[in-house]
Design a protein around this ligand. Structure first.
Ligand code: PG9
Length: 637
């Protein structure tokens, strides 16, 4: 009996493994079994040819809409016999049958031309030489609808992050066949997304800075400049030891002549590092690259669905400003918003348990979005009547505290009112304005406040935005202000403003404000948590933002602080939807370093921090006055 049992069990396990392998292989084979692949170059109006991959359903008895993506990250894999293991925004659309198109944007990978990071839009083009990503998209769509067999004449575009930016761009001077665009985690402006936050340089992006500037890519070469792999180093110590930003310049020069040879490619000057280091202020360079300013006169035939993550460490400003600006400038267009408990691009993943970093929000949140929201949006406009009655909400936003979705008829909601808390000298948040007192802290640049206890690689610490912040609350250079234990739920929604009154013994300073949900001592752990982590007293960072003090009154005209003079600093924190549940506490943290997420402010005013010297970096004492306050919006239910 035992031997029969053992045989049965071994057969069972073998079969399981096969099933698992079969399902993985099945996904990869689905594309090859059901789609054919073509690779073409499409000639733009100025003669530049853009490389384009076209996946078409094998069933030629029907017509299909075109779903396209334009990307700086390559159409890989290249080659007619090389297939992506998944195509399109999600598996439902892939299986439903679409013509799916990927294009290397101008100057990237297999496409001709010169790459330009967030190429500036040209509103009134005068000649064929006036090209931008809008004209490249128009010319591409025009070629596709005229040349790709079995297309139904309707085109949708989607993309996450940089491809999200190109999706937004497609809506400008849109081709008549473009009827649906879904910019997701879309970059809006590199001075407020990705590389900067209110003028502070994201050191955590250091490795990404090289992404587009140093070598022209080919199908065999990574876009990542071969700088020493910093992943193995203690990022905090590495950047602390490096000192001033200019000490990092050498990473963007070929350290040894043979590196150019190794790359064997034309060496494009490290354009982007130069742009960053030579343009520290929000000058015409950055202003020209921002796309938010152009989101007007979008043709009514272009329906938009903007998607973002409440805990997106890369592009939070972009999707929110994209949706709001389209809504404000094109009120009659179909324009909707989805904002969920995701990090960068989390909604596109297929894992069942939806977590951001260490924090669990629920099961199948991204899977349900893909099936019931994203697929429905594209099917409706690309295969349906195209009416505005999609059955989808204007705004579908997740309450990151209650962990539930809610439909809104506008975003931000109109039934809201302000709620202001003052930062008093007893570390409390008080609704009544306290007597004027001052609270000081010493900002020691040799021991800056870490942005997390779990510091990740130097490229975009994608998951830090839900990291526990109790370690920071225990530091003398982090001021904390909190409510008593809440006797009722307290919900904040929309944007937040920190209206600080501060002073410094120096002439510049960064001001970081963090909104923290302090969990009760008996908060339940959940399966799979890291051993050291306990949900008991977890300090969930709900929202955070920095203002580089020199930019407090103007991002393009920075100015120093007058030492010891009370100064106003106002910081806008991006939209939230969060219920602090009964038994929790609302806590505010204020600090002046956030390392190595952002670079160190010398705390001495210099024209360009990228060129600061060692002696510019001076420890200072900062003051936060009790007249400082935080303005929230609360729902009027
Ligand atoms: N917005 C993201 C990014 C841009 C540039 C460099 C690195 C990251 C993204 O496209 O993922």
């Amino acid at each position: 009996v035992l031997s029969i049992l053992l045989v049965f069990l071994s057969l069972f396990f073998v079969n399981c493994t096969k099933t698992e392998k079969k399902s993985a292989t099945e996904t990869i084979n689905f594309v090859q079994e059901n789609y054919t692949k073509k690779e073409v170059t499409i000639t733009m109006r100025d003669g530049v040819k853009l490389f384009t991959s076209i996946y078409s359903p094998k069933d030629k008895t029907k017509t299909y809409p075109i779903l396209m993506q334009r990307t700086p990250y390559s159409c890989k894999p290249y080659g007619l016999d090389q297939f992506k293991d998944k195509i399109g925004p999600n598996e439902h659309l892939m299986k439903d049958g679409y013509i799916v198109v990927y294009q290397d944007v101008r100057g990237r990978w297999m496409s001709e031309g010169i790459y330009d990071n967030m190429r500036a839009y040209i509103p009134n083009k005068k000649s064929e030489k006036d090209i931008d990503e809008s004209s490249d998209t128009y010319d591409t769509i025009d070629w596709l609808v005229k040349n790709v067999k079995n297309n139904n004449g309707k085109v949708g575009i989607w993309g996450i992050s940089y491809p999200g930016f190109y999706s937004t761009y497609a809506t400008l001077d849109a081709h008549p066949a473009l009827v649906a665009a879904s910019p997701q985690a879309c970059i809006g402006d590199f001075f407020f997304d990705d590389f900067h936050h209110n003028g502070a340089y994201l050191l955590s992006y250091f490795r990404a800075t090289s992404l587009f500037g140093t070598i022209k890519d080919t199908p065999t070469d990574s876009a990542w400049y071969s700088m020493p792999d910093l992943k193995t180093k203690d990022q905090y110590q590495f950047f602390l030891d490096a000192g001033p930003l200019k000490n990092l310049n050498h990473f963007f020069q070929y350290e040894t002549p043979d590196q150019a040879a190794i790359q064997g490619k034309e060496k494009i000057d490290d354009i982007f590092w130069k742009e960053l280091t030579e343009h520290p202020n929000y000058d015409s360079l950055w202003q020209s690259k921002g796309i938010i300013q152009h989101l007007k006169n979008i043709k009514p035939h272009v329906a938009t669905m903007v998607v973002g993550g409440l805990f997106d460490a890369e592009d939070l400003y972009g999707p929110l400003e994209t949706y709001k600006t389209i809504e404000a400038n094109n009120p009659d267009n179909y324009n909707t918003l989805v904002f969920g408990p995701w990090d960068h691009g989390g909604w596109s993943r297929t894992n069942v348990d939806n977590k951001v970093g260490n924090y669990y929000f629920g099961d199948s949140i991204s899977l349900n979005f893909q099936k019931h929201i994203e697929a429905k949006f594209f099917d409706h406009f690309l295969k349906g009547t195209g009416s505005k009655e999609t059955g989808l909400p204007e705004a579908y936003v997740f309450d990151s505290g209650k962990k539930v979705w809610r439909n809104f008829t506008s975003w931000p909601p109109t039934n809201i009112s302000e709620k202001r808390f003052y930062l008093n000298e007893k570390n409390e948040l008080s609704e009544n304005k306290p007597a004027l007192k001052e609270v000081k802290f010493y900002s020691d640049l040799t021991k800056p406040v870490p942005y997390s206890e779990d510091i990740k690689t130097v490229f975009t610490p994608r998951k830090y935005m839900t990291d526990d912040q109790r370690f920071a609350a225990r530091r003398p250079d982090v001021l904390i202000y909190e409510t008593d234990v809440l006797s009722d739920d307290f919900t904040i929604i929309g944007d937040i403003t920190a209206d600080l009154n501060v002073a410094t013994t120096g002439t510049d300073a960064d001001w970081v404000v963090k909104i923290i949900d302090v969990h009760p001592p008996d908060a339940e752990d959940y399966e799979g948590m890291q051993d050291h982590l306990k949900m008991s007293n977890y300090h969930l960072m709900v929202r955070s933002e920095v203002m580089r003090g020199k930019f407090r009154d103007s991002f393009s005209q920075p100015k120093p602080f007058v030492p010891n003079q009370t100064t106003e600093v106002h910081i806008k924190l991006q939209d939230v939807y969060h219920t602090f549940k009964k038994g929790h506490k609302l806590q505010i943290q204020v600090q002046s370093t956030w390392f190595p997420l952002i670079d160190l402010n010398p705390q001495t005013f210099v024209e360009n921090i990228f060129q600061a010297d060692e002696n510019d970096f001076v420890n200072q004492t900062h003051t936060v006055f009790t007249s400082s306050s935080i303005r929230f919006n609360v729902l009027n239910e």
